[in-house]
Design a protein around this ligand. Structure first.
Ligand SMILES: CC(C)(COP(=O)(O)OP(=O)(O)OC[C@H]1O[C@@H](n2cnc3c(N)ncnc32)[C@H](O)[C@@H]1OP(=O)(O)O)[C@@H](O)C(=O)NCCC(=O)NCCS
Length: 231
């Protein structure tokens, strides 16, 4: 195994919060949170302030939160980071996405309240997302980000994702969309029996699997409904 490969399966490094800040706790959002209009509007406002634009609306936020309810087939969930009772960040994770391939989980919608940035919240969220993917049996994690040469946030993200987080992106550093992957270590001791391990197994079986075909049909119908403005 090469040094790069060995480095790519090391656990995600965690950063200690500054001494004057309480630790961050990360949990999975559920319909209980979706029912709280105060929480939903805080979540939407936090994400949109972090991205500096209207990234999500209340209906999407509720939908993402409800998807985290305990059930065998849950795929995409929303990880919620709290510090001292306050919402400070979020990140989604999916056990299966059509564009990532068999056995490859995915995370996205990483957002941290601007007031809490630079204190380890994103590191805790990515760690939680990767842990969920590993626990469910994913061998790889995928993510994408938009990169602009010279833009300070872009440069910081590139340095972090493709540095200490060990994601592997394109070999060039031109502006554009960077599709990154990371090998996750196997975790025999942490099977996520409630978390949709069958989805990962279905992903591993390949496109001929009946379960995967069902998933593709579901996505196809959702996209079709979305395109025709029904969804
Ligand atoms: C990107 C974002 C999620 C980072 O959140 P954060 O809580 O500030 O990140 P963290 O404090 O956990 O730091 C993560 C890493 O970024 C780096 N970092 C943090 N603060 C930094 C700073 N001020 N300057 C340079 N690098 C910094 C560190 O390398 C750190 O890694 P470490 O934990 O191994 O030390 C946050 O800035 C954000 O919400 N941005 C807007 C939305 C966005 O761009 N999301 C990502 C889309 S792909």
């Amino acid at each position: 195994m090469s040094d790069n490969e060995r480095a790519a399966i090391l656990p995600t490094p965690t950063r200690l919060p500054p001494p004057d800040r309480p630790p961050v706790t990360v949990s999975i959002g559920t319909s209980e949170l979706a029912r709280s209009s105060v929480f939903v509007s805080e979540l939407v406002s936090m994400v949109n302030r972090a991205y500096g634009k209207g990234r999500i609306g209340e209906e999407e936020a509720r939908h993402r939160l409800r998807a985290g309810d305990e059930r065998p087939h849950r795929n995409r969930v929303l990880h919620i980071a709290m510090r001292d009772g306050q919402l400070v960040g979020c990140c989604s994770s999916s056990l299966f996405v059509p564009w990532c391939g068999p056995g490859c989980g995915h995370w996205g919608l990483l957002a941290v309240d601007p007031a809490a940035q630079g204190s380890g919240v994103a590191a805790a969220l990515v760690h939680a997302a990767e842990l969920r993917l590993r626990s469910a049996g994913c061998s790889t994690a995928g993510m994408e980000f938009s990169y602009h040469v010279g833009d300070p946030l872009s440069e910081r993200l590139l340095a972090w994702y493709e540095g200490p987080l060990h994601y592997v992106g394109p070999s060039h550093q031109r502006s554009g969309f960077r599709i990154c992957r990371k090998r996750l270590p196997a975790r025999d001791d942490a099977k996520d029996t409630k978390g949709g391990g069958w989805l990962v197994a279905a992903g591993r079986l390949g496109a001929s699997s009946a379960a995967q075909i069902v998933l593709f049909v579901r996505w196809f119908v959702a996209i079709w409904l979305f395109m025709f403005g029904v969804y």
